[in-house]
Design a protein around this ligand. Structure first.
Ligand code: DGJ
Length: 749
């Protein structure tokens, strides 16, 4: 069956093989002799053929356990699609189900399948989507275990336009007994070999998503979160890259989990050099009781195939996540240039001060004023009032509505900060509902930033917070919400759930967060949401579904941001990467960089300011005006453009960093060039540009002459003007293809 020449799924009845073909990749599954699913191939697209059975090798091996008597069929030596533990395969499985008699052994056999156009929604979970059926094709395979009368549905969606395959699993208990899902991963895949490097994005607060690579070794290598959020320690993403693959060439397989809670991404290299990738909700401290008639849906893994290196993988994620994961009114809209008062005032502001900042900001061309933390309850520091989402009239006598109106009257939009999932002990909410907090009876409640996590696994808690937020959003002219989350979970427990369901709390919590996002984005479709978690501790695809932009990191130093934004760009499009110009010395690292360098880094993201603009000198104000005008003129194509990483801060000595973005029509490009430290007597430097049309002739702002795309990509852009400059130097190059009637031709070069 086929719907689009680029994406096809064929089932060969005779050989019992499924061949999924994306734009440039093939993915082949076989129903094995024992009716379980085997994995035959994932890689560069191959043509279909009568049979792929030659890819399926069974050889007798010493010391293997075999399924049937007198037969060498063993799951230990086969590559599998959604494996279980305990019946001849000794590797870590995709799932495990504890039954009432204490058994964990299951036998899920192929039952039937469906192939259809489009992509179904995942109940209660964020996921990639299609706008028209033709955009994707889906395979649903149903596996069934007779003894426990339970079904596992595996879902595969192949996109026509992108080299992406979305996978998830759903378990349905049709039987009489209650089952415990002790492990239920979204996807598992066995690769033919283990000649890969594992790429991941790891770090901490203030240094999120640093690029790490390591060669696969026998045994298990993994990254994970057990913090109740996807975390700044590890992003829910790994890639397997061939050792010879580079930024722009070679094979890379990406795995990205559309989820914001605890996760595990692991690769197990076995004794025959098979690499098994498993990804999903972290099974550690997880259990889901599945009663009769109940079902459980896993989040989805988006797998990307690239034969054009890491950058090719990133571009696929960028396009897919920008257009078919992010959603709603703001998805394709130009994002307003904002000013946020956090680093300008922290908690110490009043209406007069804010209006003053807003007035100056307006004069500079800023379009959105965002009021950050400290506007509610009695909050003048981080010790109180979270959960009391009503205005502090001492600071803001005309209320949020009055302030928002005044900001609107200046000709700016108004945005507001919330931290919906948290509560302070010193708050009315906590006084009234002390049991609404995640905690365990009789145990100490650990604090983080003096605050406690609300039990979002309880619907009444989510309802209550929704009520408070919705009221403010209904009353005041608010165009933007910054949704913050500033601590991880400890002493995990819910007063509302029975003992046997306590390990469900972290997942139920995330479902509660998604529910609140869903309700708010539905009731207020025109409000732009920006997600935030102490900067980038929950910068993940799950959040991107509801909030098309994310505050990337609390670390706003331009030089530090080079690493952070570079790593973030492995998955996330520029339209998602919140990037602000702040004051110097920088508040996080005390570094002094020029206003130019700060803007040159922030242009490659959703651009804004976070400083007291009233304190800028007239000269700097003029520069800021120019920066904003420049960004406004170019933001539309920057946001939708194709992003190329050119020089990595993580390679060589990381002293030179460069990246660029090219408009969809390839007529415009913006190149960023950054030098961390100045060097005496430097060599010749050039950067090889990417993504230009070889036959287009480009002019570069501030540089004489014109240059053809081939020259800029193969000879490179010569950087004479960047030579010998000092520390933290940066330069941006704005390219524009000239129309044929304006061509100045070779003579002027
Ligand atoms: C952490 C965020 O990342 C900051 O931008 C700011 O909103 C503070 N929280 C406010 O408490």
């Amino acid at each position: 069956m086929s719907f689009s020449p680029k994406a096809m799924i064929r089932f060969n009845k005779k050989t019992k093989e499924f061949h999924l073909q994306g734009k440039d990749f093939s993915y082949i599954i076989k129903i094995l002799k024992n009716n379980q699913l085997g994995q035959l191939y994932f890689g560069k697209k191959i043509r279909d053929r009568k049979s792929f059975s030659h890819l399926y090798a069974i050889r007798s091996r010493p010391l293997v356990a075999c399924v049937y008597e007198g037969d060498s069929f063993s799951l230990d030596t086969l590559k599998q699609e959604y494996p279980s533990y305990g019946t001849t395969d000794f590797r870590e499985p995709a799932f495990q189900i504890l039954q009432e008699n204490g058994s964990r052994i299951t036998n899920f056999e192929y039952q039937h399948h469906k192939i259809y156009k489009g992509k179904p929604k995942l109940e209660g979970l964020p996921a990639t989507y299609v706008e028209k059926g033709e955009e994707a094709i889906t395979l649903e395979i149903s596996l069934y275990d007779k003894l426990i009368d339970t079904e596992i549905q595996l879902l595969y969606t192949v996109f026509s336009e992108w080299n992406a395959l979305a996978r998830s699993a759903r378990v349905v208990n049709h039987g009489q007994q209650a089952l415990n899902l002790t492990r239920i991963m979204s996807a598992s895949i066995d690769f033919f070999d283990s000649q890969f490097e594992m790429v991941h994005l790891s770090g901490s607060w203030g240094r999120e998503r640093y690029v790490k690579m390591r060669k696969l070794q026998p045994g298990i290598q993994s990254i994970s979160s057990t913090r109740g959020a996807s975390s700044s320690q590890h992003n829910p993403f790994i890639a397997l890259k061939r050792p010879d693959a580079t930024e722009h060439r070679g094979e890379v397989y990406g795995f990205s989990l559309v989820y914001s809670g605890n996760f595990l991404a692991q690769v197990e290299v076995d004794h025959y050099d098979v690499a098994r990738v498993t990804m999903g909700i972290h099974p550690f401290d997880f259990n889901w009781l599945l009663g009769q008639g109940e079902s459980f849906q896993t989040p989805e893994v988006v797998m990307v195939y690239s034969d054009q290196g890491l950058n090719g993988m990133s571009q696929t994620y960028h396009q897919l996540y920008r257009t078919r994961l992010a959603k709603g009114y703001w998805r394709d809209k130009e994002r307003p240039v904002l000013i946020n008062n956090w680093e300008a005032t922290y908690f110490h502001f009043d209406e007069e001060k804010l209006i003053k900042i807003a007035k100056t900001a307006k004069e500079l061309g800023i379009e959105l004023f965002v009021l950050d933390d400290g506007w509610f309850g009695k909050r003048n520091d981080s010790k109180t009032s979270l959960g009391d989402w009503f205005v502090n009239n001492r600071k803001l006598p005309s209320g949020i509505t009055g302030l928002a109106q005044k900001i609107n009257d200046l000709g700016m939009r108004f945005g507001l900060w919330f931290e919906p999932e948290m509560v302070s002990k010193a708050s009315r909410l906590y006084e009234q509902h002390p049991d609404w907090v995640i905690k365990v009876p009789g145990r100490r409640m650990s604090q983080g930033r003096n605050q406690y996590v609300l039990d979002f696994s309880r619907k009444e808690v989510v309802d209550h917070i929704y009520g408070m937020m919705a009221q403010i959003l209904r009353e005041a002219p608010i165009s933007y919400v910054k949704w913050d989350m500033n601590r991880y979970m400890t002493e995990i427990g819910s007063a509302d759930l029975p003992p046997e369901r306590q390990r469900e709390v972290p997942h139920r919590y995330i479902l509660g967060v998604y529910d609140l996002y869903e309700r708010l984005t539905t009731e207020f479709p025109h409000v732009l949401f920006e997600s935030c978690a102490a900067g980038g501790a929950r910068f993940d695809p799950g959040m991107l579904y509801y909030a098309p932009q994310t505050w990337t990191s609390d670390n706003t130093d331009a030089i530090e941001r080079l690493k952070i934004q570079y790593g973030t760009s492995f998955l996330y499009p520029l339209s998602a990467i919140g990037a602000h110009v702040t004051s110097v010395p920088n508040h996080q690292v005390k570094r002094i960089t020029s206003l130019e360098t700060r803007a040159h880094v922030a242009f490659f993201g959703v651009f804004g300011y976070e400083l007291d603009v009233t304190k800028l000198s007239e000269k700097d104000k003029q520069k800021v005006k120019e920066q904003i005008a420049f960004y406004k003129k170019n933001r539309k194509w920057i946001m939708n453009g194709t992003f190329y990483r050119i020089r990595s801060p993580f390679e060589d000595d990381g002293n030179i960093v460069s990246w660029m973005v090219v408009s969809e029509d390839q007529k415009e490009a913006l190149v960023g060039y950054y030098q961390v430290l100045g060097t005496a007597n430097p060599g010749f430097s050039r950067i090889l540009l990417k993504g230009l049309r070889t036959d287009y002739e480009y002019e570069i702002e501030g540089i004489d002459g014109t240059y053809f795309g081939d020259e800029l990509m193969y000879v490179g852009l010569l950087l004479e003007d960047a030579k010998g400059k000092g520390d933290f130097y940066s330069k941006i190059y704005k390219l524009k293809a000239i129309q044929s009637d304006e061509k100045v031709g070779m003579k002027n070069r």
